[in-house]
Each structure stands twice: as C-alpha cells, then as structure tokens.
Design a protein around this ligand. Structure first.
Ligand SMILES: Nc1ccn([C@H]2C[C@H](O)[C@@H](COP(=O)(O)O)O2)c(=O)n1
Ligand code: ZN
Length: 193
C-alpha cells in the first residue's frame, strides 16, 4: 500500500479519537421533565372532559409521587358516572372522582412530601389546595388556570397566599415532546463500538 495513504489514514483515525465528544443539548430540562410526567400521567385518566396529571418532586429533583384524576380504588370506571349535568347530584362524577393532586400525594413513595413542589396540569381546586397545604408542599407549578375565575379556585389562591405556598404558571419551551418506541433515537446516533 502507498506509504502516504497509510500515514494519512493513521492521522485521520488519531484525529477522530482525539475529537472531544460533547453532551447532547436537546435534552429535557428538569421542569419540562416533571411537567411532561404530569401530562403523561393524565393520559391514564378516563374523565371525558378533563384529564389532569400531577407530579410531586423533592428538593433533590426526585419524583416522589404521581397521580391523575380517577375513580377511587374499587369503584369501577365503567359503573361510576362520568356525567356532570345530571338530574340527581348522586349521578354526577363530582361526588366520586379523586383529583390528580390528591392521588399524587396519597401515592407518595417517600415518608412525606414536606418542602416538595407539585407540578399539575390544571390549577388546584380548594379541596386539593387544603390537602397540598396540610401535606407540607410549598410550591405549585401549574400549566393551566382556565378555571381561575371560579370561587373554588379563588379560594385556593387565598389559602395558598395565607399559608405561604408559592404558585406560578409553567410556560413550556416546547409545545410538543415526542416519544417514539419504534426506531428509538440512539439507533441512529450510536457509534459502532
Ligand atoms: N386541579 C384539578 C382540577 C380538576 N381535576 C379533575 C376533576 C375532574 O375529574 C376534572 C374536572 O372536570 P370538570 O369539573 O371541569 O368537568 O378534573 C383535577 O384532578 N385537578
Ligand atoms: Zn382538586
């Protein structure tokens, strides 16, 4: 083989070995990851009008609880009602559905949720606000406040203000986060070794 060709090939392979490999830049940041986790949990909800998810995170950025709005354990999704404007209140979902925030708190995998942050798709109602405050959660990051004009949501804010629970709206960097099972990303980017 031509000696120049050998030298050039060696030089090239040395250069590529020395090239600094830098980290990916399009990874999810923490807040995106936690809000997306809340949104993914919401996909489990059977409520035809609102699917809400919640994700509780501790000071070490560890997820300690996830939940979504649904019927209590043992109360069948097929037998309990999902309607709202029913003649009898007993036949409406409102008396039965457990809200996402309550489920996330009750599903906790740590001894408590003191000083944690809750990420939630919809601003917490007054009943959830009480549970959030009593559980020791100190920060609420919500996506939508579209029901904010209703008395129960105004009451939530009054209670959060009095109890010193911070709350603020999450504005996403990306409108969409895609999860693809087939042809996962690393199949296109990994090296041969
Ligand atoms: N922060 C929230 C607000 C609402 N939900 C649940 C409760 C219901 O299943 C649904 C709202 O239904 P709507 O009364 O508007 O028909 O969303 C929740 O889990 N967390
Ligand atoms: Zn609620």
């Amino acid at each position: 083989m031509d000696i120049n060709l050998i030298e050039n090939t060696e030089k090239l392979s040395l250069e590529s070995k020395d090239k600094k490999i830098t980290k990916r830049e399009d990874y999810l940041d923490w807040r995106e990851y936690f809000m997306a986790t809340a949104f993914l949990a919401a996909k489990r909800s059977k409520d035809p009008s609102y699917q809400v998810g919640a994700c509780i995170v501790n000071k070490e950025n560890k997820i300690v609880g996830v939940g979504y709005n649904g019927m209590p354990i043992g109360c069948s999704d097929d037998e309990f009602p999902w309607g709202k404007n029913t003649t009898s209140k007993l036949d409406s979902k409102f008396l039965y559905v457990c809200h996402a925030e309550m489920n996330a708190i009750l599903n906790k995998n740590s001894s408590d949720v003191k000083d944690c942050t809750i990420y939630v798709g919809l601003f917490p109602c007054n009943e959830c606000a009480k549970i959030i405050i009593q559980s020791g959660i100190t920060e609420v990051i919500y996506f939508s406040d579209e029901k904010g004009h209703k008395p129960k949501y105004i009451a939530s804010k009054k209670m959060f203000d009095a109890a010193g629970v911070k709350y603020w709206q999450y504005i996403p960097k990306n409108n969409k986060i895609e999860i693809t099972f087939s042809g996962a990303d690393w199949q296109n980017t990994s090296s041969s070794n």
